[in-house]
Design a protein around this ligand. Structure first.
Ligand code: ADP
Length: 570
């Protein structure tokens, strides 16, 4: 008599884990709770890394930064309704920044949600998520988990990268199915971000335009950093001899000290250039939409070559004379190949004029940085950080704030690609600790998070997360007692502080001490430099409370003009 063994079974929990692992995903950023608590335990049991946060927004920001740093979708895992909404902010930010990320949220029972019968954490999450990401998917059956995860991964990575929402109702997880059938239902995504070659005539059009330019300029954006075409981009810049400007997260693609960097002559080159080659940079508000005074409007229209994987980016703000649609590696390689041996160098009047202005500005900046005021100002504190990066160019810099960001961007030189993470396309705050955690987890390198005191407040509780996982993160809080500065007064004369002012003399370093990390106060540039040295050498979580002159800082940093001006003079 033949005895039949019961066949092995698997379930929704394990199929989710197996599908992620099959696609090379090793780390999940999230926050446990109903209905995904057991999933977080099981994925740890199955050898994945689970980094648990204190608030979903920071887990989401970590996933987004992981996506940028690894070119694999960063995964954020949240509970339903409020947890999902907290994560959604980060998903939207990832999408706006073109970072690949998947927000996976547990959700309540469809039958109850769809009849609005009032379930625990009831919300139609799938439809809420749609406007904030590239695509949103829901998986109802265990046998569809493989397809659902494959679609999420391919959508996040292909074309213009971005955020994807994946809805997993609570009932999915305990569903069982035959283990072998389950294994067979999983999909390993092949070539999730395929190369996209530009058409030869587009390449020729671009080369002709560049060749005819008298004052050409290359503008590198964070898409260029994401594309990992570092060698091709460097060869293109150097072979063409064209001066280049990096956007903030493209800094370090070529070292900021490169002779062709026009970073210290930014306003001059933007106003004067006649042909601009955009490489993975959008002509959005960060580039004054490609027009107006910044771009020397009075000097006549510019012509643009734009390299981008997204065809609809072309002409979004100004006409693009030579669109080059494709992945940056392929497009830049095609340009290089078409340049031949004797591609003309830009006129020396142009490059010489830039060098002159750059050297003048650098000398002036060196003078400002040499000053050692007491208390510190933004420049003197940032110069200590600048020196540390010169010594350790492999470290990762996270930078957010208003003045702390604006000055940090120009003062701290970067030397290697993808070492700078900041406020990005929205110019937002709140990314600090999430980005810092991911940078440390994904790279193992020391991370220096240079934070305005206001910016730090958005994610400060994640100091506990940093201590819990013992990450090599050193947070430097630029403490000037308030948003922008600490000297504003209550215009109504009441006892409440002004809306932009914090507790004076706040002891941020104690927040780190509370969880077992090291807290330090730095009153001088020397103390800051010493504390940084020690933090990096120890690899321990550290928070340096850097005391900055409370009168230093301007309203909204360099974007003061975006504040609506009041109409009346009263
Ligand atoms: P920045 O803020 O640094 O100026 P943006 O985020 O505005 O940069 O622009 C990045 C651009 O890069 C986006 O338009 C995006 O479509 C594009 N991009 C991202 N990855 C690639 C890639 N691999 N190849 C081509 N373009 C890319």
């Amino acid at each position: 008599v033949a005895t039949t063994q019961p066949r092995a079974q698997t379930d929704g929990f394990h199929l989710v884990i197996d599908a992620l692992k099959l696609n090379g995903i090793e780390t999940i950023y999230g926050l446990p709770g109903i209905p995904i608590t057991d999933l977080t335990r099981m994925l740890q049991a199955e050898g994945m890394r689970m980094i648990s946060f204190r608030h979903e927004q920071h887990a989401g920001n970590a996933a987004a930064a992981a996506g940028f740093l690894t070119a694999k979708p960063g995964i954020c895992l949240t509970v339903s309704a409020p947890g999902f909404l907290n994560g959604l902010t980060a998903l939207a930010n990832a999408t706006v920044n073109c970072f690949p990320m998947i927000l996976i949220s547990g959700s309540s029972e469809r039958e109850i949600v769809d009849l609005a019968q009032g379930d625990y954490e009831e919300m139609d999450q799938l439809n809420v998520a749609k406007p904030f990401c590239k695509a949103a998917f829901r998986i109802l059956h265990a046998q569809d988990i493989g397809v659902g995860i494959a679609r999420a991964i391919r959508t996040a990575l292909s074309g213009r990268p971005g955020g994807v929402y994946l809805d997993l109702p609570a009932k999915l997880f305990p569903q069982t199915m035959d283990a072998e059938a389950g294994r067979n239902s999983l999909i390993k995504v092949v070539d999730p971000a395929p190369k996209q070659l530009p058409a030869p005539e587009s390449v020729q059009r671009a080369l002709d335009l560049i060749k005819g330019a008298k004052r050409p300029l290359i503008l590198l954006g964070k898409g260029a950093a994401y594309a990992r075409a570092d060698a091709e981009i460097r060869a293109f810049v150097e072979k063409s001899g064209i001066p280049y400007l990096p956007m903030s997260m493209a800094k370090g693609l070529l070292p900021d000290t490169h002779v062709q960097s026009a970073g210290a002559a930014r306003s001059y080159v933007l106003a004067e250039a006649d042909v601009v080659v955009l490489v993975g940079a959008r002509l959005n508000w960060l580039l004054s939409h490609g027009k107006g005074k910044t771009w020397g409007a009075e000097k006549g229209a510019k012509q643009f070559v734009q390299i981008d994987i997204s065809p609809t980016e072309m002409d979004s703000n100004v006409p693009i004379a030579a669109p080059l649609v494709g992945d940056i590696g392929s497009c830049v390689s095609a340009l290089l190949a078409g340049m031949g041996k004797d591609f003309p160098k830009p006129p020396s009047g142009w490059t010489g004029g830039i060098a002159e202005r750059r050297d003048k500005n650098l000398t002036k900046m060196a003078g400002t940085l040499a000053a050692d005021p007491s208390p510190m100002n933004f420049h003197s504190a940032l110069s200590a950080i600048r020196d540390k990066f010169k010594e350790r160019p492999d470290m990762i810099l996270v930078n957010e704030g208003a003045n702390t960001l604006d000055f940090g961007r120009s003062i701290i030189d970067m030397y290697e690609p993808r070492k700078r993470l900041d406020c990005g396309t929205w110019g937002i705050m709140g990314i600090g600790m999430g980005f810092a955690v991911a940078a440390a987890v994904e790279t193992g390198k020391p991370v220096i998070a240079v934070e305005g005191d206001s910016a730090f407040g958005f994610s400060g509780m994640e100091v506990e997360t940093i201590c819990r996982y013992n990450l090599p993160v050193c947070i430097v809080v630029f403490n000037n007692n308030g948003v922008y500065k600490g000297t504003d007064r209550n215009l109504g004369g009441g006892a409440d502080p002004a809306p932009t002012v914090f507790v004076k003399g706040a002891k941020y370093e104690l927040m780190m001490e509370a969880f077992g990390g090291k807290g330090v106060v730095a009153n001088t540039r020397q103390e800051l430099a010493k504390a940084l040295d020690e933090a990096v050498a120890s690899g321990r979580p550290t928070l340096i409370n850097a005391i900055i002159d409370e009168t230093a800082g301007t309203e909204s940093g360099r974007i003061t003009s975006l504040n609506p001006a009041k109409a009346s003079k009263t």
